[in-house]
Design a binder for this molecule. Structure first.
Ligand SMILES: NC(=O)c1ccc[n+]([C@@H]2O[C@H](COP(=O)([O-])OP(=O)(O)OC[C@H]3O[C@@H](n4cnc5c(N)ncnc54)[C@H](O)[C@@H]3O)[C@@H](O)[C@H]2O)c1
Length: 257
């Protein structure tokens, strides 16, 4: 049997990159997927991909940093499918600049999408999971949850907080059989990374250095992170909560020349 048969998964940032790959994979594994994104064409494309392969999905346009939107995405899931088994808080944004060049609004925007959105989604989803007596929450951190990264102070601060938040939520909700984990990707070839590289002072040099720093000497593919999320969502990981699963081609292990 497929790993997620009969389960309902809500995935934010599912209109692009890692979230899109995860939505498609979860659907292939039998899940019904609520595709959430602020980008309507991207989200609709994910739904079309899932339906083309015979899966069930709907798109809910949402700004995950807004409380009303977060409440609505959870409510639509419950109203349409009757339950919410897997909440994957994957939406994320990056800003490549020194802190003194960052406007207050930009700091708030980044923290809103990367961190506050998890608070909001969990706040509205957990009561349903408690009532069901089960649930799985997967939050997206980064290798930046564990080490600094040049010219991305707000991003690194947000991702460090994601892992600490995930661990504490794991403690708070273990009593309700709700597992909470994080996936922490290294450099994955998505629009977010392309934007990061293009906004750096010397894009070609940045890309070469980034690849050199990865022991596997390549950027990861979104599907490789999707498989890690699938594992955490599956019954195979029923004993795992409060963990941060690193998918980084070896970057955090050290440097290989
Ligand atoms: N790509 C990498 O190398 C990498 C590395 C570490 C962590 N991550 C994390 O993985 C996650 C996915 O990143 P990706 O690389 O697939 O990026 P991506 O840019 O391809 O996808 C991010 C998605 O989030 C959506 N989004 C942005 N703001 C939103 C909002 N306010 N409300 C709803 N949706 C919103 C975007 O529209 C987009 O579809 C992010 O949390 C990112 O920080 C990525």
């Amino acid at each position: 049997m497929a790993a997620l048969t009969g389960q309902v998964a809500l995935i934010t940032g599912a209109g692009s990159g890692i979230g899109q790959a995860t939505a498609v994979l979860f659907a292939k594994e039998g899940a019904t997927v609520v595709v959430v994104d602020i980008d309507e064409p991207g989200g609709e494309e994910t739904v079309a991909q899932i339906r083309a392969e015979g899966g069930e999905a709907l798109f809910e346009r949402t700004d995950v940093a807004k409380a009303d939107d977060a409440q609505r995405m959870v409510q639509r899931t419950i109203d349409t499918y009757g339950r919410l088994d897997i909440l994957h808080n994957n939406a994320g944004v990056v800003a490549v600049k020194f802190l003194e060049d960052m406007a207050e609004e930009e700091w708030d925007w980044l923290m809103g999408v990367n961190l506050k959105a998890i608070f909001l989604a969990v706040k509205y989803a957990v009561p349903h999971m408690k009532a069901q007596g089960s649930g799985c929450i997967i939050n997206t951190g980064s290798t930046s949850s564990f080490e600094g990264q040049y010219m991305t102070p707000a991003y690194c601060a947000s991702k460090g907080a994601v892992v600490q938040l995930s661990k504490t939520l794991a403690l708070d909700y273990a009593q309700y059989k709700i597992r909470v984990n994080a996936v922490c990707p290294g450099t994955v070839d998505t629009p977010l990374v392309r934007q990061h590289i293009e906004n750096s002072p010397d894009p070609a040099r940045t890309e070469a250095i980034e690849k050199q720093l990865i022991p596997l000497k390549r950027f990861l593919q979104p599907e490789e992170v999707a498989h890690a999320a699938l594992y955490l969502a599956s019954d195979q990981a029923r004993g795992i909560t409060g963990s941060a699963l690193v998918i980084d081609g070896g970057t955090l292990a050290g440097y290989v020349d």
